[in-house]
Design a protein around this ligand. Structure first.
Ligand code: NDP
Length: 250
C-alpha cells in the first residue's frame, strides 16, 4: 500500500469515527451500566475484555513486522508505550474488575475486535512503513509526548482503581466515586485515556496517529456524557460542580 492509499484509508476511517460519534450520542453502547436487553447473545464481561483488547496487543506488532524501515529508537519506545497500555487493558484490568457476573453483548465484542485490528493495522504500518519524523528520543516533542502519555496512563489507572474499590467481591452495585480527579469530572478514566491517545498523535506526528485520537474522542465523549447523565439521575446528591469529562468545560 503506498502512502496515498494509506492516507485515503485514514480519512475513510475518520469518517467512520464521526458516524459512530453521531450514533453514540443517541444510543449508549450497551455494556456496563448501559447494558440492556435486545442486543443479542452475550458473554462473561471479564472474558469479553480479554477478547476485545488482546487483538490490539497482537495487531500492531504483526502489522509493523516486515516493514521496510529499520526499527528506530522512537519506534521501539512507541511500541513499548502501546503495549504498556494494552497489556493492562487486555490482561490485568479484566482480572481485577469487580463485574459481579455481568455480561457483554457479542455484538460489542465483535465491533471492538474489528476496531482494534483496523487501528492496529494503521498504527503498525505507520511505524515501520511510513515512519516517524524523528529518531531522536530526546527531541522536545518526543519527551513531551511521552510525559503526556504516561500522565494520561497514570490518571486512567488511578481512576479505574478508585472505581474498583467501590465494590466488594461479587458485588455489582454503584456508588459515587470520590477523590482525585473525580472531584472535577465523572469519568477521569476516560479523560486519562483521551490524554494518552492525544499524546500518541504528538509522538507519531502523522495522520495515522491523529486518526486514533479522533476515534478515542468519538467513543469516549458520548460515553462520558451518558455516564454523567446517569449519575445525576441515579443520585440526588450528585456533586453539582462535577463535569462529565473535562474539568470546568464539558
Ligand atoms: P466504566 O467507568 O464504565 O467502568 C469501569 C469499571 O468500573 C467497570 O467494572 C464498572 O462496572 C465499574 N464502575 C464504574 N462506575 C462505577 C461506580 N460508580 N460504582 C461502582 N463500580 C463502577 O468504564 P468502561 O467499562 O467503559 O471502560 C473501562 C476502561 O476501558 C476505561 O479505562 C476506559 O478508558 C477504557 N475504554 C477505552 C475506550 C477507547 O475508545 N479507547 C473505549 C471504552 C473503554 P460495570 O461494568 O458493572 O458498570
Amino acid at each position: 500500500m503506498n502512502q496515498h492509499s494509506f492516507h485515503l484509508l485514514c480519512y475513510g476511517w475518520i469518517g467512520v469515527a464521526l458516524a459512530s460519534f453521531a450514533l453514540l450520542l443517541r444510543v449508549a453502547a450497551p455494556y456496563g451500566r448501559h447494558h440492556r436487553r435486545g442486543w443479542g447473545p452475550s458473554i462473561n464481561q471479564r472474558l469479553g475484555w480479554v477478547l476485545m483488547e488482546l487483538p490490539a496487543v497482537i495487531a500492531i506488532a504483526a502489522f509493523a513486522w516486515g516493514g521496510p524501515l529499520p526499527w528506530s529508537k522512537t519506534t521501539i519506545a512507541m511500541l513499548a508505550l502501546w503495549q504498556l497500555h494494552y497489556l493492562n487493558r487486555a490482561l490485568i484490568f479484566p482480572l481485577r474488575i469487580r463485574s459481579g457476573g455481568k455480561r457483554t453483548p457479542v455484538a460489542i465484542i465483535g465491533s471492538a475486535i474489528f476496531f482494534n485490528v483496523v487501528n492496529g493495522f494503521i498504527q503498525g504500518r505507520q511505524l515501520t512503513y511510513f515512519g516517524s519524523p524523528s529518531d531522536a528520543l530526546l527531541e522536545p516533542t518526543f519527551i513531551l509526548g511521552t510525559a503526556l502519555f504516561l500522565c494520561g496512563l497514570a490518571i486512567n489507572l488511578h481512576a479505574d482503581a478508585v472505581l474498583r474499590q467501590l465494590r466488594g467481591p461479587g458485588e455489582n452495585n454503584y456508588a459515587i466515586p470520590q477523590g482525585g480527579l473525580y472531584r472535577y469530572v465523572s469519568c477521569p478514566n476516560y479523560l486519562g485515556e483521551l490524554i494518552e491517545w492525544s499524546a500518541w498523535a504528538l509522538l507519531s506526528r502523522s495522520l495515522a496517529g491523529l486518526t486514533f485520537t479522533i476515534w478515542t474522542a468519538a467513543n469516549l465523549v458520548p460515553r462520558a456524557l451518558s455516564h454523567h447523565r446517569w449519575y445525576r439521575e441515579q443520585f440526588a446528591g450528585y456533586p453539582k460542580q462535577r463535569r462529565a469529562l473535562i474539568p470546568g468545560l464539558l
